[in-house]
Design a protein around this ligand. Structure first.
Ligand code: NAP
Ligand code: FES
Length: 373
């Protein structure tokens, strides 16, 4: 079945495209970078040809009140009208739990306006309201920062993993339209300040989290239950604690293993060094702030963070000399740094790799390729 994912290069969209494709569907990622713009109509008629379902997981580039309202209204009006012309039978949209309870937030007013257009529109629909994504918790802390303090109300908060959001959307998109709104959330409720404190501590972020009942969350005060779902919400499986330990271990350089009788003392390795035998062909290793890739026996190194939105490239899929960013699917040539596929626009920095016996070293200068042995 052809399913068009609007915002298919974003955090949720790229995961959803991967999940749907793995099930054998023709999942098409639509975004400005793939030639589809829901504000201008560019590429919409073409991409919707033959589509049975549209999932809208796009987001406004600006969160400013007027801009975000304009984005969700214009985009949704355009989508519904192009979908009607193309004979699309199911419009799925991702919204936010509690949107209607928080009218002081310009962003949430815009999500309510988006939902209203869908409910009044011509296409059978399912609206999926999710709680905040685990991946969004750092951004929440940044928005709530004043000086060195992060001020948040100690209300209930039940975030969900982006992977679980994508799984739930996958099920909805491959089922019949329900013409209702359903809610999804993480498996457990926390106190807002307590969870953000855990997240910052895992990031070794020294900011202090202060519980303040009147602190605003994206422009609005919250009450005890304003951002948690009702009793019938479907709950994701991923526990915050598990996600946190997994994401932290990915974000940090691997800790050296305890020395064995035959291995080189890891303490002897400098920050920019690695053991070449830990890097078989087709694999990647985080070395300081770089990633070293073994491309069929040749070693290439690039900066570790994607130039799009800082996604960690070390766990990215390596196919020949092409790495795919796990966050939104940008692709780069790891030996030249060149962008092969967006949304990233800027190339990666590349580094020279020198191999001396079993020890490899990343040099912070011009690009070069070394032989692994
Ligand atoms: N963050 C949360 O905690 C949370 C919770 C519940 C629901 N939601 C909702 O989840 C949705 C997806 O969020 P996300 O974090 O996955 O978003 P995201 O990573 O910021 O991705 C947004 C996507 O929208 C695309 N886009 C932007 N302008 C577009 C346009 N004019 N036409 C077509 N596509 C366009 C972007 O493409 P480019 O990259 O090319 O710009 C990108 O693919 C949003 O609607 C949000 O309201 C978020
Ligand atoms: S593609 Fe968005 S962070 Fe890499």
């Amino acid at each position: 079945m052809k399913i068009v994912v609007i915002g298919g290069t974003g955090l949720i969209g790229s995961k959803l495209v991967t999940t749907l494709s793995a099930l054998g569907h023709e999942a098409v990622a639509a975004a400005p970078n793939t030639g589809v713009n829901t504000l201008t109509g560019e590429g919409m008629a073409e991409v919707l040809k033959g589509a049975k379902v549209v999932v809208d997981v796009s987001n406004s580039p600006s969160f400013e009140d007027a801009a975000v309202l304009d984005f969700f209204q214009t985009s949704t009006r355009n989508l519904l009208s192009y979908e009607a012309a193309a004979g699309v039978g199911h419009h799925v949209a991702l919204s936010i739990v509690g949107s209607e309870r928080l009218p002081q937030s310009g962003y949430l007013r815009a999500k309510v306006a988006q939902e209203k257009l869908i409910k009044e529109g011509p296409i059978p629909y399912t609206i999926v309201r999710a709680t905040q994504f685990f991946e969004f918790t750092k951004r929440i802390a940044d928005e709530a920062t004043v000086g060195n303090s992060v001020c948040l109300p100690p209300v209930l908060f039940q975030p969900i993993a982006a992977d679980d959001v994508a799984s739930a959307l996958c099920k909805v998109a491959t089922s019949s339209p329900l013409n209702v709104t359903i809610e999804i959330a993480g498996p457990k409720a926390f106190r807002f300040d307590e969870l953000i404190r855990q997240r910052l501590s895992a990031l070794n972020d020294s900011r202090e989290v202060v519980a303040d009942p009147h602190a605003r969350y994206f422009g609005t005060e919250l009450s005890e239950r304003s951002i948690v779902p009702g009793d019938t919400a479907q709950l994701g499986e991923t526990r915050f604690e598990d996600w946190l330990s997994h994401s932290t271990s990915q974000a940090q350089p691997p800790t050296p293993q305890a020395a064995t009788a035959v291995s080189i003392n890891p303490a002897a390795l400098k920050e920019n060094e690695f053991r070449a035998n830990e890097l078989p062909p087709g694999s990647a290793l985080l070395v300081g702030e770089a990633v070293v890739f073994n491309v069929g026996g040749s070693l290439c190194a690039t900066q570790a963070k994607c130039t799009h939105r800082q996604g960690d490239l070390s766990p990215g899929k390596l196919d020949g000399s092409t790495v795919t960013c796990p966050l939104h699917g940008s692709q780069f040539n790891v030996c030249t740094g060149e962008v092969l596929r967006g949304p990233a626009q800027d190339p990666l920095k590349t580094y020279r790799v020198i191999v001396d016996g079993d020890i490899g070293r990343v040099e912070a200068d011009a690009a070069a390729v070394a032989k692994a042995n």
